[in-house]
Write a protein that binds this ligand. Sequence first.
Ligand SMILES: *[C@@H]1O[C@H](CO)[C@@H](O)[C@H](O)[C@H]1NC(C)=O
Ligand SMILES: *[C@@H]1O[C@H](CO)[C@@H](O)[C@H](O)[C@H]1NC(C)=O
Ligand SMILES: *[C@@H]1O[C@H](CO)[C@@H](O)[C@H](O)[C@H]1NC(C)=O
Ligand SMILES: *[C@@H]1O[C@H](CO)[C@@H](O)[C@H](O)[C@H]1NC(C)=O
Ligand SMILES: *[C@@H]1O[C@H](CO)[C@@H](O)[C@H](O)[C@H]1NC(C)=O
Ligand SMILES: *[C@@H]1O[C@H](CO)[C@@H](O)[C@H](O)[C@H]1NC(C)=O
Ligand SMILES: *[C@@H]1O[C@H](CO)[C@@H](O)[C@H](O)[C@H]1NC(C)=O
Ligand SMILES: *[C@@H]1O[C@H](CO)[C@@H](O)[C@H](O)[C@H]1NC(C)=O
Ligand SMILES: *[C@@H]1O[C@H](CO)[C@@H](O)[C@H](O)[C@H]1NC(C)=O
Length: 545
Amino acid sequence: MTCFRTVIVILGLYTCFQETCGSVLGRPRLVGPLDALVRTVEDFHCSIQNNPVNESILYQIFRDENRSKVLGFYSALSGQVAVIPLYIIPSYEGYLVCVASIQNNTDVQPSVSPRHHLRVVVPVDGAEVVVKTGSAEILEGQTLSLLCRISKGNYVSYHWLVDRKRLPQPSPYHHRNEELIIHRAVPQDSGAYSCVATNQLNATQTYISQSKPRNIMVKELVSEPELSFTMMREGTYFALVKCESLKGTPPITFSLYNGTELVDNETVDVRQFSFPITVDLERHMGWLQCQAENGDRVVHSKWVPMHVVPVGGAVWMHFDTSVGENFSIVGLRFYCSVERGTSPRYRWFLNGTALEDRGDFYWVEPQPKQSILLLSVGRESSGTYHCEVSNSFDNQTGIRSEKKYIDKEVLNQLPLTVKAVVFGCFLFLVSLVTTCCFIGCFYRNNQCHVEKSMLDLRLGLEMHKIMAADNNDHDAILLGHPCFMVAEYDNKVDEKEYMEGEELVRADKDTYSDQGESDSIDEWPEIQQELKKTLEDEDDLLDEP
Ligand SMILES: *[C@@H]1O[C@H](CO)[C@@H](O)[C@H](O)[C@H]1NC(C)=O
Ligand SMILES: *[C@@H]1O[C@H](CO)[C@@H](O)[C@H](O)[C@H]1NC(C)=O
Ligand SMILES: *[C@@H]1O[C@H](CO)[C@@H](O)[C@H](O)[C@H]1NC(C)=O
Ligand SMILES: *[C@@H]1O[C@H](CO)[C@@H](O)[C@H](O)[C@H]1NC(C)=O
Ligand SMILES: *[C@@H]1O[C@H](CO)[C@@H](O)[C@H](O)[C@H]1NC(C)=O
Ligand SMILES: *[C@@H]1O[C@H](CO)[C@@H](O)[C@H](O)[C@H]1NC(C)=O
Ligand SMILES: *[C@@H]1O[C@H](CO)[C@@H](O)[C@H](O)[C@H]1NC(C)=O
Ligand SMILES: *[C@@H]1O[C@H](CO)[C@@H](O)[C@H](O)[C@H]1NC(C)=O
Ligand SMILES: *[C@@H]1O[C@H](CO)[C@@H](O)[C@H](O)[C@H]1NC(C)=O
């Protein structure tokens, strides 16, 4: 192209030299729309200004890339503006040029206008959603790829709607041009997807094509099932073995295995299924497992032994209490458990009358291994309690626990004893410690402050150091003094422990705890270590003059 133009220029110059420069045509100007709608007629204008030649000039429009095909032409006298209507077709898109030449005169070289870019807009139409990944139903974790296919249109931009709500543009989904890709889809991605394709002619005219919604289903993978069974009796004993998954989009196929052997399977539209199997009591019937499957994933439950043992052995009942603000017992928990039995049923009795699950002053909390009866202690709750355990699957008479009489007075005797015991313990401790201190003072003068400070070594030690620093040359005072000081402090410590002791009585009356004692015992190794260190420090101090 450049070559072609250069040739023209050179030829023109050559003509200039051969004849006169007046025979070179000026450069034409091409004016026309930048955007044009396909299959419409648009006028393009081409003219040469200030041309002296009184000749008929031929204007032709070409695509810049192909000068062999004339798109339109016009003959005009120089000075006149040529108006060339073009019927726009998509292939006109690109650069157009206008070539001016003098008709029937090959002596004068044609001249070419600057390029004019034309954008041919084809209105968008026929948008439709295509699932590139194939099926509109995918499993959680798979990749979903949707394509917005249009039958017509160019310069198109796209956006997507899910359940008629627009997907935000900077979305977690990769969504470039006409494609929407969702990596590791989750069930929440399910919905009716449609795409909207738009293009514009110029700022004024917009064309829109919206596809029909396409339902996309992201199936939730089934979660590991739980296996549990309920014993029943209808003539013979049988168990309803329930396989249940908490998550997963149905349909789900549940299979029950006895070891490696498939017992039964069933595909259901819910997340659980119960297999009835006949059961022999007191025989180990192998290990059972549930499998659940939806899509291409199979998940297993834990292995559960199928061994049904009827209730038997001893039945135990015990209780603990909760304490109110003034040390009186306000609440009570009875526990009932049985020595053996796969499927026990617990019943509670007051004065020989069975209690329902819930009453004015109590409620029953069933648990797998035991049953708990919670009571508020008052006038109506006093009486004789016992519990009874039987098989849940037949109505044979149950095994009874021992009876226990409970009322407010009986209960509130307990804390006094506890108080006395704990209080006594602390008194004993205090006197023991005090005695130790004095013995230490009398018989081991040198280390008395050390032994005394077992109860609070830190303070004693610090004081000791201060004194040592202040009275380097008064060893006698140094050794004699801390005794009083620590002894004084001891009393405070005892008081404090005594107070703590009271609190302990309050908190742990019911559990007979002697935590206070064990706490002080726990501190012993630490104290001994510090003691050793102090002794060494002291040696150093005394060695120094
Ligand atoms: C141009 O040509 C026309 C006829 O084609 C003639 O009438 C006119 O006088 C000419 N003008 C000049 C300036 O030559
Ligand atoms: C130019 O246009 C003509 C006529 O339409 C066509 O035959 C030819 O192949 C085109 N050439 C190029 C290079 O496009
Ligand atoms: C140019 O020549 C063609 C025939 O070769 C003729 O039909 C036409 O009228 C001529 N045009 C002018 C402006 O002389
Ligand atoms: C947009 O296109 C229309 C139709 O072709 C035209 O009438 C209008 O002038 C154009 N507007 C602009 C800003 O180009
Ligand atoms: C369910 O059991 C049938 C035979 O009883 C078997 O053909 C089928 O493959 C089983 N389905 C599954 C998912 O195990
Ligand atoms: C499991 O298999 C064992 C041996 O095949 C059999 O004795 C037992 O009864 C089976 N249990 C169930 C629940 O079908
Ligand atoms: C303890 O306080 C409760 C109320 O909180 C009261 O009913 C009860 O009589 C008090 N018991 C004693 C022994 O003071
Ligand atoms: C249970 O019996 C005792 C006497 O044995 C009685 O004091 C108490 O009120 C009775 N309790 C109930 C709830 O009937
Ligand atoms: C046991 O007895 C209760 C009523 O006392 C009844 O509702 C239940 O169905 C019986 N169960 C069996 C397995 O017989």
